[in-house]
Ligand binder design. Structure first.
Ligand code: BG6
Length: 491
């Protein structure tokens, strides 16, 4: 294992170190980066949690179990693990107790590192307190960085309060607001598709595009996150961040350079062009749903309220909506977004539906059949398909049929696709904020999301039930059919 020589030794301090995110995602990602020689030697990983775990090896054992579970068996190497384990430490600290930070100060003075990453894998309402306590304990060195998990806040006001508190102690350049969708290889590939191929730019606008669909469907329910989820719901958990980021990458203007702020400026312009929902718009253009008991993948599953162990809840587990990007390029092109839990299958897909040819010379076979479509599958199996209209061979006149030009990226590139967290963690270590959200981006996303929340509130719009294993409430299809369109049916 040769270690990347250019990176400074780094301390990665994970608040919420024994929580679900740390064990499922962050630590396995660090294992992979260590295995591939990217984590500088002399780096240390410090899990922070409330629980007292003595000896420290209790924590290492916990991390080992998580790595065995979440690293592919072929990639888990006992010898590498042994070396990796030597970099892992644990400190029992109540993040809200300022005095408890003294032991961290003692730990860090033992070895002075050049880069210090504080990863806050905790609920956002303690971000401010942790940052204040880190500051008071003198732990924020010039090369310190703080990573904040989404969603930051519950609405615009709480986002501002948390963000302002964090920015009292860290400069904007030190703050890495994570949206793990931006770390997905396939999502980065959206930029390559658009800005490294000359083919699409000329048709990437309202002149040629009829509408765009973005679907992030999940078959799982809320799992063990009931407390968090019930407070947030699908619109805050998914639309405000992941789906809006995907929308930005599809809708943004080509950046002049691949520089963090230049790219983020372009995304910000899209977010600021989103038309807010006013008056009764949400009734017409948004659908809220909540799953009831049903079956997914042939297995019976409980409904949402049974899952969270409550009698009643008005939280959305499904949202579909029609958004508008009011700018020169996209005027009149609706963006339909859809996400939900307990849908029939897990997949994320973007469909760019092109307009029909301006003058049709072949017999009419229904408008739908005669338009091109670009279907970008982000997960689970990455592919890019272009639906082309062709002639069905043989007699019978000109019978048209859409067929696929099909590029399967998983077949083309056989290497393992790294998890989003691997890329993002290394970007933090390297100090590259390109794939992280700037304050003003998150703020703009909240401004627009809040117009939905307000519409729901003002119009008393409650989630409609849908059966687990279906594609959401019937209104989600109506959202499209009222515009003479329909959701792309995945294979
Ligand atoms: C997280 C949400 O940000 O993204 C989860 O909080 C969701 O509710 C998850 O399940 C989906 O991520 P992925 O990478 O599995 O598509």
């Amino acid at each position: 294992m040769s270690v990347s020589p250019s990176l400074s030794p780094t301390d990665i301090i994970i608040f919420g170190g024994n929580g679900d995110l740390a064990l499922r995602k962050i630590l396995p990602a660090l294992y992979y980066r260590y295995r591939d020689g990217q984590l500088p030697e002399n780096s240390r990983i410090v899990g922070i949690g409330r629980a007292v775990l003595t000896p420290e090896s209790q924590y290492t054992d916990m991390v080992k179990k998580a790595c065995v579970e979440h690293v592919a068996p072929a990639d888990f190497d006992a010898a590498v693990w042994k070396q990796f384990a030597q970099h892992i430490h644990y400190a029992a600290v109540d993040a809200e107790d300022s005095k408890a930070y003294a032991q961290l100060t003692a730990f860090f003075t033992k070895q002075s590192h050049l880069v210090r990453v504080f990863y806050l894998a905790t609920p956002a309402d303690v971000f401010g307190t942790i940052c204040r306590n880190l500051h008071q304990a003198g732990l924020i060195i010039p090369d310190a960085r703080v990573v904040l998990e989404k969603p930051i806040g519950h609405d615009l006001m709480s986002f501002r309060a948390i963000n302002n508190e964090v920015l009292k102690y860290f400069e904007e350049r030190q703050v890495y607001r994570i949206d793990h969708y931006l770390g997905k290889e396939t999502v980065q590939n959206l930029m390559i598709l658009r800005f490294a191929n000359n083919l699409f730019e000329k048709v990437w606008n309202s002149g040629a595009v009829d509408h765009v669909q973005i679907t992030v469907a999940e078959s799982l329910g809320v799992e063990s996150r009931a407390r968090y989820y019930d407070k947030y719901g699908a619109v805050r958990d998914m639309i405000q961040n992941h789906l809006l980021q995907l929308l930005c990458l599809i809708a943004m203007e080509p950046p002049a350079k691949l520089e963090p702020d230049i790219l983020r400026d372009e995304k910000l312009k899209v977010l600021r062009s989103l038309r807010p929902f006013t008056g009764r718009d949400t009734i017409r253009d948004t659908v809220r749903g909540q799953y009831r008991a049903g079956a997914v993948g042939g297995q019976p599953v409980l409904g949402y309220i049974e899952d969270i162990g409550q009698k009643k809840s008005d939280t959305d587990t499904f949202v579909a909506l029609k958004a508008h990007v009011d700018n020169w390029r996209w005027s009149g092109v609706p963006f339909y977004l859809r996400t939900g839990k307990r849908l029939p299958q897990r997949y994320s897909e973007i469909v760019v539906q092109f307009r029909p040819v301006p003058h049709q010379i072949f017999p009419d076979q229904g408008a739908e059949q005669q338009n091109n479509k670009l279907i970008i599958r982000l997960q689970p199996d990455e592919s890019i398909k272009l639906e082309m209209i062709t002639k069905v061979p043989g007699p019978g006149g000109y019978r048209l049929k859409p067929v696929h030009l099909n590029l399967s990226l998983s077949e083309e590139f056989e290497d393992r696709t790294p998890d989003a967290y691997e890329r993002l963690l290394m970007d933090v270590v390297r100090g590259n904020p390109t794939l992280f959200m700037r304050s003003d981006e998150v703020e703009a996303a909240w401004v627009w999301t809040e117009s939905i929340l307000k519409g729901w509130d003002d119009n008393n719009q409650k989630p409609k039930p849908y059966i687990a294993g279906s594609w959401g409430p019937a209104d989600a299809s109506a959202l499209m059919t009222q515009d003479n369109r329909r959701w792309h049916e995945t294979d």
